[in-house]
Design a protein around this ligand. Structure first.
Ligand SMILES: *[C@@H]1O[C@H](CO)[C@@H](O)[C@H](O)[C@H]1NC(C)=O
Ligand SMILES: *[C@@H]1O[C@H](CO)[C@@H](O)[C@H](O)[C@H]1NC(C)=O
Length: 296
């Protein structure tokens, strides 16, 4: 117990303090002015709300989703709100060729890329896992693999602009819950992949920030339908959520939490994980790879 008091508690305190006070820079909407931004899953919900915030801030936006009809409306509203430019490219993120080519085309439309906001998910529902392997595969492909594909396609442009990758995830990608195993698997995968890549970027001096957005229940139609009659939680407003995501990306934060209570954020801050990651990283011999000129 005395050991605990002497070392562990002060360390936990330091990590917590660091976590809460590390965002020292203030967000200003002008940060997005003239920036070139991709938003996926932008035909409705949080993605649509992000497109409108970005438009008001004077950014260039290229949006995507499956529904061309909805995207047309989103783009024309973006132009009304003051977007520097707004385009859409419709397609499905089940198709990895589309995912890759979409990023390349969007980059050409805007003449580069500053921020890649990955937000789309496949349809999801709550139920016991009843051996629906196809649903697991589809969730992994749409919610995870397409994010990786798009990041790979965007990286050359993001390196040039010192840009940002913003990954929309969920509390269900940080803690285990019943009834959403395929969704949870894909969201945990995002943390595993993008948090590892972030460490690689830091040792290889790739100045592309990665922001993992850990969202609670948001009042989008799809989320409300998915939890109806199962989860009795208050849903937070999607417009505010959308703004917090953009802020987190612009401030190059590693993780943002919305809309979690103080205790959720405190407990999920997970100083144990941060401490272990720090201590393991110091034991790696990265020179073996860093001398290889092929790598970034
Ligand atoms: C990216 O960051 C580097 C190092 O801080 C800086 O020299 C360069 O001008 C930046 N490039 C852009 C496009 O902001
Ligand atoms: C990385 O890019 C950001 C945004 O351009 C810049 O503010 C920062 O100084 C850069 N950091 C390094 C280490 O180059």
């Amino acid at each position: 117990m005395s050991w605990l008091k002497k070392y562990l508690l002060p360390i936990l305190g330091l990590f917590t303090a660091y976590y809460f006070y590390s965002a020292n820079e203030e967000f200003r909407p002008e940060m997005l002015q003239g920036k070139k931004v991709i938003v996926t899953g932008a035909s409705k919900g949080i993605g649509e709300a992000m497109a409108y915030h970005l438009a008001k801030m004077g950014a260039h936006v290229v949006v995507t989703a499956r529904s061309e009809e909805s995207l047309k409306k989103v783009v024309s509203h973006c132009l009304e709100l003051g977007a520097a430019s707004a385009h859409y490219i419709a397609g499905t993120m089940e198709d990895m060729t589309f995912a890759e080519q979409f990023v390349v085309k969007a980059g050409k439309l805007m003449g580069g890329l500053d921020m890649l906001i990955l937000n789309h998910i496949t349809n999801t529902f709550m139920n016991f896992f009843n051996n629906e392997i196809h649903h697991v595969r589809k969730s992994m492909e749409v919610n995870f693999l397409s994010y990786v594909v798009m990041s790979v396609a965007a990286l050359p442009m993001l390196k040039q602009s010192n840009g940002s990758i913003v990954v929309v995830s969920s509390l269900a990608g940080k803690i285990a819950n019943p009834l959403i195993a395929p969704y949870a698997a894909s969201k945990f995968a995002l943390d595993g992949f993008f948090s590892s890549i972030r460490k690689e970027y830091s040792v290889t001096n790739v100045n592309v920030s990665i922001t993992l957005c850990v969202l609670g229940l948001i009042n989008t139609e799809s989320a409300k339908n998915a939890v109806k009659g199962v989860l009795n939680l208050k849903a937070a407003p999607k417009e505010e959520c959308a703004l917090e995501i953009i802020k987190g990306g612009a401030l190059r934060q590693e993780e943002i939490y919305y809309d979690s209570s103080f205790w959720t954020v405190f407990l999920l801050g997970n100083p144990g994980r941060k401490l272990l990651e720090f201590s393991y990283l110091s034991q790696y011999n990265m020179n073996k790879f860093l001398n290889n000129k092929e790598l970034p």
